[in-house]
Design a protein around this ligand. Structure first.
Ligand SMILES: C[S@@+](CC[C@H](N)C(=O)[O-])C[C@H]1O[C@@H](n2cnc3c(N)ncnc32)[C@H](O)[C@@H]1O
Length: 569
């Protein structure tokens, strides 16, 4: 609602500006004569309603109004002339428009705006404004401030990590003092089942031997984990000096009661998650840690554990990775279309009955499990091939694109799941770690040293020899590895392993073990594989012996809960 001063207004002569682009074209409305009009207020103003608006090329807005108590002789009562609207309060109209824009933006997923005209009518203008507002809200261009936030977050993280270490050292000091008091017969007693102590034996039980779905052996000989590196290495000489604020906090901590474990745990979990996500190089597919079971902060890891998303670490002088000069290569342009025409597929054993070679993946990059016999290495294109990363024969080597959650399971220590649905045939990642000679893995197992070893058995057929090969290689992910080292066993698995070579030479005994979805896996379902899908003939446990917890000697009990559970690992 608004009022217009009832003065004689001149005829609008400004039909256009000097510019080539016209302003809105004004109608030849006559000078209004209000001499016979009634209904004016004390200031000689007549009430108007704003009913529309237009915008010109330069963004100038003009309003359309209608007199509520006066009309022309021809019955019309609308005007665009701002001369008549100078004392109109436009506030209510603007808020009405804002509300309508919001409604439009909420209603349309994509707002169609046709801006071909110089002059936009009310609807177009509203849509354009709604579109811009929506765009701004959905994709705010805040990279500058985002960057600042990341930097601040990093600084905060490193400060928090130092604080956590300090808190741990205080707790440890208290425990040590308590133990000393205990030894010296002091009456005060502190339970040894404090989180730091109970954690050491919790996750992984001792001496379990497993073999992979396809051919490898997974050997886990864990006699209890050392505690995390952060707990031991309190002040690294190369670390930045602690800020005054943090020092103050440290001083406070020495007298204050310990912080609640949940807060510390959350901080440590998110800090480790961020670190591993950064180290994995795939920020779009983060790694997170969740523990809804107990107060264990993060999975127990040996000191100086290194996260390695892809490839192997070579620390053993006996293990030599083949030189790039020996890699196979093809000359396919952009992407390899047919395995039969692809030179790097020459040694591939994936052939149909007429001898024609085929790829292990379909056009969508899904692994064709039923077409790849157990023990056959999949040969992917190498860095010497002329095709690019979009090639259909480069799948296991692509960066991971599913988010990973490492979570505490009720019975099997830490396990792995993803917050997204995983399609059957989806290749999830490869088992990484130190590539060591098989004999070293066996020595480690005999000496009872903790290790997470995956035996790369290559073409060995366990069903024929019945014994594991001793001259091959194993992957030890105890000190170095990625999220796959947390995948638990189930007698009813949803993922399987196949061997793949890329950037190495086929048949060298050094393939990668790739994890692939055996079936569609719903979001948040634990990812599990059968550590020993072709077990040597050990008597299957009866349900009553399972109930009694009787397992064969040298075997660990299985807690997978599958109906067909064998009862042991
Ligand atoms: C490769 S690790 C898996 C990650 C492990 N849960 C952890 O917390 O680090 C293998 C170990 O996990 C435990 N584990 C895995 N699956 C299990 C199962 N079905 N039943 C009992 N323990 C299991 C065993 O202690 C085994 O030695």
């Amino acid at each position: 609602m608004g009022k217009r001063k009832a003065t004689e207004a001149p005829l609008d002569s400004a039909q256009s500006t000097s510019s080539a682009i016209p302003r809105w074209k004004r109608s030849e409305s006559p000078v209004e004569s209000f001499s016979d009009a009634e209904g004016a207020d004390a200031n000689e103003c007549w009430e108007v309603d704003i009913v529309g608006e237009e915008v010109d090329y330069w963004g100038n807005v003009r309003l359309e109004a209608e007199w509520t108590t006066w009309k022309r002789k021809d019955g019309t009562n609308a005007t665009w002339k701002d001369e008549y609207l100078q004392c109109v309060d436009t506030g209510p109209w603007k808020s009405h428009q804002k509300h309508r824009r919001k409604q439009l933006a909420a209603k349309d997923r994509t707002i169609q705006v046709h801006t071909g005209l110089d002059i936009h009518n009310n609807e177009t203008r509203l849509r354009a404004m709604a579109f811009e507002e929506k765009l701004k809200a959905s994709r705010p261009c805040t990279w500058g401030s985002d960057r600042l936030k990341i930097i601040q977050q990093r600084e905060e993280d490193s400060r928090e990590e130092r604080l956590t270490e300090t808190e741990d050292s205080v707790r440890k000091l208290r425990n040590t003092k308590a133990r000393l008091r205990e030894r010296t017969g002091s009456s005060s007693f502190i339970s040894s089942s404090s989180p730091a102590v109970s954690r050491m034996g919790s996750a992984v039980s001792s001496s379990s031997r497993m073999s992979s779905e396809s051919l490898g052996h997974m050997t886990t000989f864990a006699k209890g984990f050392p505690v995390l590196s952060q707990e031991i290495a309190l002040a690294h000489p190369l670390e930045r000096p602690m800020s005054e604020k943090a020092k103050g906090k440290q001083r406070e901590l020495t007298v204050a009661p310990p912080v609640t474990p949940s807060k510390t745990s959350d901080r440590r979990r998110s800090s480790l998650g961020r670190k591993w996500t950064n180290d994995s190089g795939v920020p779009g597919a983060p790694i997170t840690f969740v523990n809804d079971e107990d107060d264990e902060e993060v999975p127990p890891l040996p000191p100086n554990f290194t996260y390695l998303e892809r490839g192997y670490k070579f620390s053993d002088p006996d293990v030599l990775w083949p030189s790039e000069d020996f890699f196979l290569s093809c000359r396919c342009k952009t992407s390899c279309n047919a395995a039969n025409n692809c030179d790097c597929q020459d040694p591939s054993e994936l052939r149909d009955s007429s001898g024609r070679r085929y790829f292990a993946y379909d056009e969508k990059g899904r692994f064709k499990a039923n077409k790849v016999p157990r023990g056959v290495e999949v040969i992917e294109c190498t860095s010497r091939c002329s095709c690019n990363l979009s090639c259909r024969n480069r799948v296991a080597q692509r960066p991971r694109d599913i988010p990973i959650e490492i979570f505490k399971t009720p019975k099997c220590g830490w396990g792995v799941r993803s917050s997204t649905f995983i399609e059957k045939g989806k290749v999830l990642g490869i088992y990484t770690g130190e590539l060591i000679p098989r004999k070293r893995a066996h020595e480690a197992s005999k000496s009872g040293e903790s290790s997470y070893c995956f035996d790369l058995d290559g073409h060995e057929d366990l069903s024929v020899t019945g014994k594991p090969c001793t001259n091959g290689y194993s992957v030890d992910s105890y000190r170095c590895g990625n999220w796959t080292r947390f995948i638990n066993h189930s007698c009813s698995s949803n993922i399987q392993i196949y061997l793949v070579v890329y950037d190495t030479v086929p048949d060298s005994g050094m393939p990668y073990a790739a994890y692939v979805a055996k079936q569609d896996i719903p979001a948040n379902e634990e990812l599990v594989f059968d550590y020993n899908p072709h077990p040597a003939p050990v008597a299957k446990l009866t349900s009553s012996s399972k109930r009694k917890g009787i397992v064969p000697r040298d075997r660990d009990p299985c807690y997978c809960d599958a109906t067909e559970c064998r009862g042991y690992l």
